[in-house]
Design a protein around this ligand. Structure first.
Ligand SMILES: [Zn+2]
Length: 211
């Protein structure tokens, strides 16, 4: 096996793990004293589920809070359609991959992804590369959506990459965005991070000012 091929298989397995497996997240906890000095007091360790489960947990905001919290129906936030939409798109794409590789479908999207990883070693390198690109796209979308602090912003503009309209989803807090569009069954993998979001902002500004 060549180094490139080994690296691609490792990358496929790692990206799949992030989507499907739980992991330990360590968060530094700081306090500020009366002189306004920030001090690290301890490390808070939490066990987080895989990204797809985190995405699923966002469907109904507040649904995963502990039962002791009093439910106030009038203030219940609406369903998180962006999370539902993205999760559904990923489930369908994973299913399509299993069909095309003639893998018997399992019960959950996580186990189907693990089955794809299991089959990846026997694929030709073009198919491996295509699978890896898809996994990266699913991972990026789930990662951006699970880090929301405020509702996603959808500019009324086209995607500079695939040309679809109203498919760009922006996380304003983190200055990240991705395109939810697809063309002939293939996902548009376009995404922007704080280093590149200015380019997207200029594009949106140009289009909306021309309209
Ligand atoms: Zn696009």
């Amino acid at each position: 096996m060549t180094d490139d091929r080994a690296r691609m298989l490792t990358d496929i397995a790692d990206t799949a793990d992030a989507l499907t497996d739980s992991y330990t997240h360590i968060e530094p906890i700081h306090t500020t004293d009366r002189h306004r000095n920030r001090r690290l007091t301890h490390l808070h360790t939490v066990r987080l589920p895989g990204l797809l489960t985190q995405l699923h947990d966002l469907f109904e905001p507040g649904a995963t809070q502990d039962d002791n919290a009093r439910a106030i129906p009038a203030s219940k936030p609406p369903l998180n359609l962006e999370a539902i939409n993205t999760h559904t798109v990923i489930v369908l794409a994973v299913t399509r991959w299993c069909w095309s590789l003639q893998i018997n479908l399992r019960d959950t999207v996580e186990s189907n992804i693990r089955a794809l990883v299991g089959a990846s070693a026997t694929l030709d390198s073009d198919t491996q590369a295509a699978l890896l690109t898809e996994l990266h796209t699913w991972h990026r979308r789930a990662a951006i959506l699970t880090r929301w602090q405020t509702p996603p912003y959808r500019p009324a503009a086209t995607c500079p990459h695939c040309g679809s309209r109203n498919t760009i989803v922006v996380n304003l807090d983190r200055r990240e965005a991705f395109c939810n569009g697809s063309n002939a069954g293939e996902s548009c993998g376009a995404w922007w991070d704080p280093g590149t979001i200015g380019v997207l902002a200029d594009h949106v500004r140009l289009e909306t000012s021309a309209a």
